[in-house]
Design a protein around this ligand. Structure first.
Ligand SMILES: NC(=O)c1ccc[n+]([C@@H]2O[C@H](COP(=O)([O-])OP(=O)(O)OC[C@H]3O[C@@H](n4cnc5c(N)ncnc54)[C@H](O)[C@@H]3O)[C@@H](O)[C@H]2O)c1
Ligand SMILES: O=P(O)(O)OC[C@H](O)CO
Length: 314
């Protein structure tokens, strides 16, 4: 398999993100098969001869997808790419960790970055990261998706890359609340800036590199998601700020807001490991209906004074 020839790519998960990634790879003349659990074709048929299998299912689909693939034959040369931004409620593992556990001999690549699917589908310029412990596998995936409208960077911290994209979803809920309550530009800047060390504290505890969080998949995705009404997580926060119930918001939401499940799993990790996550903690209480958006803001503002880089080595 070389870097520059046409690849056979199977994308599992035909939601908005899987579809946008399929568009990008097709534009580069790769052979793309897009499959979902509702497809009439069998999974076995669509993975035959695949060079790359990319999973763009939401977190609740990761284990069922892996189980289906484990029942089939998957040659070791097949590169597995995960584009899911979530945490497993059962084990608290990230998707790439679950994929690696299930397929220990395969190369696993994480794809994550500031990539709102609607903008990508419109052909607007964007950048992303592909990260793997196997650099050549990451470079193959880079070549599949890179184009004049989609700039793809490589890095060697798959866990950090994945956690940036996952943890920012919790912060996007907070940003939606902040905008919905019209707290102003200073408040938004304060929130987003304080979000980053919180993400780094969790990420580095879990084994990620702090520096990765300053890249596209951390800071980049934090900025995109916290500033865009296209983000489903932002929409959840905005809806809560308007006094809507979570149930009502989810009824009208197009697609998945992973931040809701991620908050739950993250708080479990933070409580067990005693990691200081004040923003996530207030979002957790808000999602549970324990406090109002205004009470969440008050609780954040009235905390004990602290030093800016408390608990961080950066
Ligand atoms: N939409 C974006 O802009 C975007 C960008 C980057 C990453 N992501 C991430 O990609 C993932 C998918 O997001 P999306 O926006 O496409 O969501 P979506 O709701 O549009 O699609 C979810 C996909 O997951 C599949 N799925 C859900 N539960 C499943 C199960 N139990 N078994 C098998 N498949 C199941 C669905 O069939 C669907 O194909 C999420 O983790 C999201 O955070 C989304
Ligand atoms: O719509 P969201 O909130 O899932 O955000 C989509 C992507 O993660 C943005 O990079």
């Amino acid at each position: 398999m070389t870097n520059n020839k046409q690849k056979k790519l199977t994308i599992i998960g035909a939601g908005v993100w899987g579809s946008a990634l399929a568009t990008l790879a097709k534009r580069n003349q790769h052979l793309v098969r897009l499959w979902s659990r509702h497809s009439t074709e069998s999974l076995e048929a669509v993975i035959t001869d695949a060079d790359i299998i990319l999973s763009a299912v939401s977190i609740k689909g990761v284990r069922p997808t892996i189980e289906k693939l484990q029942a089939l034959t998957l040659p070791e040369k097949v590169i597995l790419v995960t584009a899911t931004k979530g945490l497993d409620p059962l084990t608290t593992l990230t998707p790439s960790q679950i994929w690696q556990e299930a397929f220990p001999s395969h190369s696993i690549v994480v794809l994550s970055g500031p990539n709102l699917s609607k903008e990508i589908q419109q052909g607007l310029p964007a950048a992303t990261v592909v990260a793997s412990n196997n650099r050549s596998a990451a470079e193959i995936v880079q070549a599949v998706f890179a184009s004049e409208n989609f700039r793809v960077y490589v890095n060697s911290d798959p866990l950090g890359t994945e956690l940036g994209g996952t943890l920012k979803n919790v912060m996007a809920i907070a940003a939606g609340v902040c905008d919905g309550l019209q707290l102003g530009t200073n408040a938004k800047a304060g929130l987003m800036t304080r979000a980053l060390p919180e993400m780094i504290r969790v990420g580095t505890y879990l084994g990620a590199k702090a520096s990765t969080f300053f890249g596209l998949s951390g800071l980049g995705d934090l900025m995109a998601t916290c500033n865009s009404p296209l983000s489903r997580n932002y929409q959840v926060g905005y809806g809560l700020s308007q006094g809507k119930s979570l149930e009502k918001i989810l009824e009208n939401l197009e697609g998945t807001a992973e931040g809701i499940n991620t908050t739950e799993v993250l708080i479990r990790i933070a409580q067990t490991k005693e990691i200081y996550v004040p923003i996530s903690h207030q979002i957790y209480r808000l999602l549970k209906g324990e406090i109002t958006p205004q009470e969440a803001v008050k609780a954040l503002m009235e905390r004990e004074p602290r030093s800016e880089f408390h608990g961080l080595e950066i």
